[in-house]
Design a protein around this ligand. Structure first.
Ligand SMILES: [Zn+2]
Length: 249
């Protein structure tokens, strides 16, 4: 895969390499934003980084965007990928960049632009009709993305500050091979089946209630297990302290 770096140079990277994966997932976020702008042109864009597993992009929608909209967005992303758009960097002066973002009615990007250090050149990357204030690195072409899945949406305050507006964060994952996506989704399903929150309830060991999210509430069977473990733990302490009593059970 060819990756364009911040300085405009192009290097060859594999998806398995850190720089390759970051560029891959970050470029997927660009494709997501492009799909959103095609489908809902009045939407305002926040930020769209790569993360540990995949990518996200934050949007300010002027309607109630729900999980039901995801399939339509995913389909649009796939058709963008089929267009094999090339990513190209262009540099603007600060004034030009301000004008450019004002014209495109992107208030969040304008806020980011204002915070960039005075002397830096303002870097944008474009693919087809879509451009983003961004320095990269990116894939050279969106067609490297062969499999894509939007996984969930969540609320996220702009820049993580409670006083700011709550934006809609769309998460996704993408791969250079279809089988990689299938494996990833299978792993997620396996993890879901082994989720302690699910198993705790099924085995009647502990449960979670709305009043205390994140805190397990032990059920009678769970208390038996917990007390057995505590007894064993105490015996271990006694053994280490006195150096003689044998530990049974
Ligand atoms: Zn970018």
């Amino acid at each position: 895969m060819k990756v364009i770096r911040k300085d405009g140079s192009i290097v060859e990277r594999k998806f398995e390499e850190v720089e390759g994966k970051e560029a891959f997932w970050h470029t997927s976020a660009h494709v997501l934003a492009q799909a959103i702008k095609r489908l809902y042109p009045t939407t305002k864009c926040g930020i769209g980084p790569s993360i540990e597993h995949g990518f996200y992009y934050d949007f300010d929608f002027d309607f109630n965007f729900t999980e039901e909209h995801l399939q339509k967005v995913e389909d649009m992303m796939k058709s963008i990928i089929e267009e094999s758009l090339v990513l190209q960097q262009f540099i603007l002066t600060r004034d030009e960049a301000t004008h450019y973002l004002k014209e495109r009615k992107e208030p969040y990007k304008l806020e980011l632009l204002k915070e960039l250090p005075c002397k830096v050149e303002i870097s944008f990357f474009e693919q087809g009709e879509f451009a983003d204030l961004c320095s990269g690195p990116h894939l050279r072409n969106v067609s490297y993305i062969k499999a894509i899945k939007l996984t969930q949406i969540a609320g996220a305050y702009w820049r993580g500050k409670e006083d700011n507006k709550m934006l809609t964060r769309i998460y996704g994952i993408s791969f250079p091979r279809r089988c990689d996506l299938e494996n990833y989704l299978n792993q997620l399903e396996e993890a879901r089946l082994r989720d302690h929150r699910k198993l705790g309830k099924e085995l009647e060991l502990f449960t979670f209630v709305e009043e205390g999210p994140g805190f397990p509430f032990f059920l009678p069977k769970g208390m038996v297990v917990k007390n057995l473990l505590l007894d064993y733990w105490r015996k271990l302490h006694e053994r280490e302290e006195h150096g003689n009593a044998a530990v049974s059970s």
